[in-house]
Design a protein around this ligand. Structure first.
Ligand code: AMP
Ligand code: MG
Length: 356
C-alpha cells in the first residue's frame, strides 16, 4: 500500500488534508492523524471493519481497548453513560480539561462496538485540542477510535516521519500536523463518586476520587484541586482490571535499562552505550560513568519537565537508531510529568519485557 503524506503548511494545504482525511475516514480507512499528545491512528469508532484495520496495522492484540475521541462535548452522550452520581465530577473535569489530554473511563453505551472496548463495559473517552485533528473530527462529525500510531508495544510517534517509519506501507494516509506539542500520551482516569452522596450532613460538597490509571500529560498536581487523586502504582507490571496497561510497552528495538543508581553500572568491554540524560549535568553522576557513544539530553541544563516531555519519544527514537548496543536511562524526578516519563521508561526497559 502506498502511504500518502498530507501537509498542513498553509491554509490551502490544510483544507486539502482535512478533506482527504474525512473522505478516507468515511470510506472506512484507518489513517495517521496529529494530536497534541502523540500521533494517533484513527478510524470511525462505529465501523467495526474500520476499527479492525487499526488493530491490523498496529499488530495490536484485540484485548487492548482503544480510546474514543469525541467531535464535541455533546457527543459524550452517544458513547458513554454519565450516571447521576458522577455528573458533577465529569462536568468539572470536562469543563477544566477538554479539549485536552485527559481521558476518562466511563460506563459505555450499548451501541459502542465490542472491538473498541475489548468487550469491557467501560469506554475511554477524550477530546483532542489539536487544531487539525479538531477540524477533521468536526467535519467527520462522529467519534473516532484512535490509539497511538505505532506498531504495538513500540515507541509512540511524535512526528509524521515517525508514523511513516512505524506504519509506512500499512496505512493509506498520514496527515502531517508538525511535531506534537505535548509529546506524552493522555492521562487516563477512573472516577468514583464520594461515598454516601455528594454532600455532607452540613451541606458541604464532598470530593470524588480521581484514580490515575495511566500517568500522562495532565499531572496529578493538575488534578488535585478537583478531587482526591489516587496516583498509579510505580510498578511496571500490568494493572489487574485495566487491560492494555501492559508491562512491556513503548519499547525501542535496542535494549534499554533505567539506572536508578549510578553505582549499578559496570560497562562491558566493547559494548557501545547510549545515555538518555535528564539535564545532561556532570554532577548528576551519569555523564562521567563511561565513554558514552551517544548522549541524548531531555532538557539541557534546566531540567524543565515540559521540554523533556516534548523531546522524550523523539530522543528515545533517535537513540534507538544510533546503533548503540544498549540505552541507559537516568531516572527522571518522579513528580509532575516526570511521573509519566518514568512510567514509560520502566515499561520500555528490558527488565519489564522479561517480566521482571
Ligand atoms: P493508546 O491509545 O495506545 O494510548 O492506549 C489506550 C489505552 O487506554 C489502553 O492500552 C488501555 O490501557 C486504556 N483503555 C482504553 N479503554 C479502556 C477501558 N475501557 N478500560 C480500561 N482501560 C482502557
Ligand atoms: Mg499506545
Amino acid at each position: 500500500m502506498n502511504t500518502e503524506i498530507a501537509t498542513t503548511e498553509s491554509p490551502e494545504s490544510t483544507d486539502i488534508a482535512v478533506r482527504t482525511a474525512v473522505q478516507m475516514l468515511n470510506a472506512g480507512e484507518a489513517i495517521g492523524l496529529p494530536t497534541e499528545t502523540v500521533y494517533g491512528l484513527a478510524a470511525d469508532a462505529f465501523n467495526e471493519e474500520a476499527v479492525g484495520k487499526i488493530f491490523e496495522a498496529k499488530g495490536r492484540p484485540k484485548f487492548d481497548p482503544l480510546i474514543v475521541h469525541l467531535p464535541s462535548k455533546a457527543a459524550l452522550a452517544d458513547i458513554a453513560v454519565v450516571t447521576e452520581e458522577l455528573e458533577t465530577i465529569v462536568n468539572v473535569l470536562t469543563t477544566q480539561f477538554w479539549p485536552g489530554p485527559l481521558t476518562i473511563l466511563l460506563p459505555r453505551k450499548p451501541g459502542v462496538p465490542d472491538i473498541v472496548t475489548a468487550g469491557l463495559d467501560t469506554v475511554a473517552v477524550r477530546m483532542s485540542e489539536h487544531p487539525v485533528f479538531r477540524k477533521i473530527i468536526k467535519d467527520f462529525g462522529r467519534p473516532l477510535a484512535a490509539p497511538s500510531a505505532n506498531r504495538f508495544g513500540r515507541i509512540s510517534p511524535t512526528s509524521a516521519a515517525a508514523v511513516l517509519e512505524e506504519l509506512g506501507g500499512l496505512i493509506p494516509l498520514i496527515v502531517d500536523g508538525g511535531a506534537c506539542g505535548r509529546g506524552l500520551e493522555s492521562t487516563i482516569v477512573r472516577l468514583e463518586p464520594p461515598e454516601d452522596g455528594n454532600v455532607t450532613a452540613r451541606g458541604k460538597k464532598k470530593k470524588a476520587r480521581i484514580e490515575i490509571v495511566r500517568a500522562g500529560s495532565i499531572t496529578a498536581e493538575d488534578l488535585k484541586n478537583f478531587g482526591i487523586v489516587i496516583r498509579p502504582k510505580r510498578s511496571a507490571r500490568a494493572v489487574p482490571g485495566a487491560p492494555g496497561q501492559l508491562a512491556s510497552h513503548y519499547a525501542p528495538g535496542t535494549r534499554l535499562r533505567v539506572l536508578d543508581d549510578p553505582g549499578d553500572f559496570t560497562p562491558e568491554n566493547g559494548k557501545r552505550y547510549g545515555l538518555l540524560s535528564f539535564r545532561g549535568e556532570a554532577e548528576d553522576g551519569y555523564l562521567s560513568l563511561t565513554h558514552w557513544s551517544e548522549v541524548a539530553v531531555l532538557s539541557p541544563g534546566s531540567g524543565k519537565m515540559v521540554e523533556a516531555a516534548i523531546r522524550f519519544f523523539f530522543l528515545l527514537r533517535q537513540l534507538d537508531h544510533s546503533g548503540v548496543d544498549e540505552i541507559i536511562a537516568e531516572p527522571i524526578p518522579d513528580r509532575g510529568l516526570g511521573m509519566a516519563m518514568m512510567d514509560r521508561l520502566r515499561r520500555a526497559s528490558t527488565q519489564a519485557a522479561d517480566g521482571e
